[in-house]
Structure formats: C-alpha cells, structure tokens
Ligand binder design. Structure first.
Ligand SMILES: NC(=O)C1=CN([C@@H]2O[C@H](COP(=O)(O)OP(=O)(O)OC[C@H]3O[C@@H](n4cnc5c(N)ncnc54)[C@H](O)[C@@H]3O)[C@@H](O)[C@H]2O)C=CC1
Ligand SMILES: O=C(CO)COP(=O)(O)O
Length: 366
C-alpha cells in the first residue's frame, strides 16, 4: 500500500469486499453433528444461508428438524433459519458449493473416503477439525487432498470455543487456503457482527497450530488444578508456544503464523478456559482423576489426548526437543508423578528464550 494511504481508502480491502457479498444467500453443507458443527451451522443460518447439516444419528437429525435443538452436544441452544438436518450425505453435499467438515480426526478419513463420490470438482471443502491422523502423521487438509483431490481445500482454525460462538460472543478465526477464492468465499459466508474471519496462506502452519495447542491446553488445565500460580501459567503458555512453533517450523510451517489467531490466539483461549474440553481433561487429571474417567465424564472429543501420542513419536523421529510433550506423555501414559515431571522440567538445562533470535544450544550456555 502506498505510504500515505490508509486501510479502507479507495479500493475496498479483501474483507470489505467480503462483507458486501454477505447479503447473497448460499447453499452450504456442514458435516458432523457435534458441538462445533452445530456452532458453525448456527453462524451460517444466521447469516441467511441454507445449511444442509449432515450427521450420522437419525434421532439427532429429527430433533434438529423438529425443535432446532441438539441437546446431546449443545444443550440450551436453538437453531433457526434455513436449516436442513439430514443423515443423507450425498443429498447434503450435492446441492452446495461449500462444505465445512467438523468430524473428529479419528473418523475424518473414513467419512470422507466412504462418501468421496458425493463431492464435485471445484467444490470448496473446509476442514474445521483440529487433529492429526495416526498413519503418516497426516493433517486433515492432506486427507482431503488425497481423498477428494479435485475439490478446493481450506482450513479454518482459531480461538473458537463453540460454547461461546452459539451465544454470539465476539469471536475471530482464520481461514487458511492457497486459493484466494477459497479465502474470500469463507470470509463472505461466515463473517458477521460477532464473527470475524482473517486470512492466511500458511495452511500447514494454521492447521498444525490448531492440533498442537490441544496438548498444551491439557498441561495448562493440570497446572490450574494444582494451583501452580499465575507466573507458572505465563511460563507454561509461553514455553508451549516456543515448543509448538519449534516443532511446526521444523516440519515446514511459517513461524509467523504462531503470532496470529490460529497460533497464540487459540493457545491462549484453550489454556485459560474451562470451556475447553482439553483443558478440562487436564484439570481432572491434575486433581487426581484417572485419564479414562476424565475422558468418559467429558462425553465429547478431546483431540489432544491422541495428538500427544503422535507428536511425541514424531518429535522423537525427527529429533525435536519437546519437554512439555514428553512430560505430559510420561504423566498420562507412563505413570510418572506430576511432581517428578515438574521438578525435572524446572531443573533442566537453562536455555534461549526466543530461539528464532538466539538459537538453543545443547549445553544451555546460551
Ligand atoms: N467444540 C469446539 O469448541 C471446537 C471444536 N473444534 C474441532 O472440531 C472437531 C469436531 O469436534 P466437536 O464437534 O467439538 O466434537 P464433539 O465431540 O462435540 O462431536 C463430535 C461429532 O462427531 C460425530 N462423529 C464421530 N465419529 C463420526 C463418524 N464416524 N461419522 C459421523 N460422525 C461422527 C459425533 O457423532 C458427534 O456429532 C474436533 O477436531 C475439534 O477439535 C474446533 C474448534 C472449536
Ligand atoms: O479448539 C477449540 C477452541 O479454539 C476447542 O477446544 P477444545 O476441543 O479443547 O474444547
């Protein structure tokens, strides 16, 4: 932009253009009838779009059709507008230009693969899922690329607690896509007075950030249960950011993505809020519950528990130092005491604060 021009002068920005397109009604699909699928379906219907909302459970689809509620995953919330709940996948996808996928990572490939024929070339398909596939350490956009390569793919990620979005609490997110048309379309479909959509091209970084932060939300929930204090919370969140960006950058992500909503933004919300399921699992374990009991009590997906296993394996394979991942793994899966892990983390070699400025050393003589 020329020096003396202000944002908003002259040519409309990408976002201003987006808002001007919002009055147009579109047919969109949301796949997955859990809490986040419900939250996104609500934003989309409130923005005036017809939403084909696919879920596998007949009774849930019937309840949404008859009452506009999803009492299992989003009690107390009513959806209105042009909502078409269905269990017919092909029917949901056939009629739309844009599809949002909110299926947990464990089932993501199966669902897409078994309905791959339903997608049309050129259709926009956006993953809302924050997880990693075990085989091959694949992210959801990579699964989409493999299973439905003729579609145009995007990833939506950011500090987006479903429980707040359904109450129209002010929220921002990130659409990451290589193709500008995908970014613009998603901004136009979702953007409104309470939901802002920022854009990024670093699909890998945005997606990996969303998956990784779930691990650190578990750590942070645990620290809260143990009442470690506010200094400890700040230390943990900052070192989490250092660790997740070290790992992601080594795999090809752009470090600057971690300064944005999908990086630090999502890390902050999930590490500080009891509305985060990952945080809640960590809190329960921190106060002495067994992991299995904490997960059973939650009754919803906490992706970080599986992501932890995959990231720990991957970090060892590629030789990335991830002490928080290692410590959490030892607690959740290795029977280590939380106290012993904290002590070993606190007495480890002291090293560089921001390693993109001052590289880490093996001896700690930074
Ligand atoms: N809830 C939230 O605040 C947010 C969640 N996400 C991500 O969205 C993804 C989905 O999570 P939630 O909706 O929150 O989970 P949830 O636990 O609330 O619901 C999961 C949904 O997936 C469905 N499902 C599971 N396996 C399936 C299969 N094989 N076929 C069809 N449907 C299946 C379940 O029936 C359920 O409707 C996760 O990756 C999560 O990290 C992302 C941002 C915010
Ligand atoms: O990703 C989320 C908020 O951005 C939701 O986090 P949880 O899955 O921990 O609830």
């Amino acid at each position: 932009m020329p020096e003396n021009r202000q944002p908003g002068d002259g040519q409309p920005s990408e976002i201003q253009k987006t808002y001007s397109g919002q009055s147009e009604k579109h047919e969109v699909a949301v796949l997955g009838g859990g809490s986040f699928g419900t939250a996104m379906a609500k934003v989309l219907t409130e923005n005036g779009h017809r939403v084909h909302f696919w879920m596998r459970d007949e009774a849930q689809a019937r309840e949404l059709s008859e009452k506009g509620t999803n009492s299992r995953y989003m009690p107390g919330v009513t959806l209105s507008g042009d909502l078409c709940p269905t269990t017919d996948f092909a029917d949901a996808v056939a009629q739309v230009d844009t599809v949002f996928v909110a299926i947990p990572s464990k089932a993501f490939r199966d669902v897409i693969r078994s309905h791959a024929g339903a997608f049309r070339p050129g259709q926009i398909v956006v993953s809302l899922t924050k997880g990693i596939e075990r085989d091959g350490f694949k992210l959801m956009s990579e699964i989409l690329q493999e299973e439905i390569p003729k579609t145009r793919i995007g990833v939506l990620s950011g500090p987006n607690l479903a429980a707040e979005i359904v109450n129209r609490e002010l929220t921002a997110t990130v659409i990451a896509a290589k193709v500008p048309e995908v970014r613009r379309t998603v901004q136009a479909l979702l953007g409104c007075e309470y939901f802002r959509v920022y854009a990024n091209v670093d699909v890998y970084g945005v997606e990996l950030a969303g998956a990784l932060k779930n691990i650190y939300a578990i750590v942070s929930g645990m620290a809260s249960a143990l009442e470690l204090g506010e200094n400890a919370r700040a230390m943990l969140m900052t070192r989490s950011l250092a660790e997740m960006s070290r790992f992601a950058v080594s795999l090809g992500a752009n470090p600057m993505t971690f300064m944005g909503l999908a990086g630090i933004g999502d890390l902050v919300v999930t590490c500080t809020s009891a509305k985060s399921r990952n945080y809640r699992v960590g809190y329960a374990v921190g106060r002495g519950d067994r992991l299995e009991d904490a997960v059973a009590e939650l009754g919803q997906v906490a992706e970080g528990i599986h992501t932890l296993l995959l990231v720990k394996e991957k970090a060892e394979e590629v030789g990335i130092y991830m002490p928080l991942v290692r410590g959490l793994y030892d607690i959740l899966y290795g029977g280590a005491s939380i106290k012993a892990v904290i002590s070993s983390l606190m007495t480890a070699v002291q090293n560089s604060d921001v390693e993109f400025i001052l590289p880490r050393t093996l001896t700690g003589q930074a």
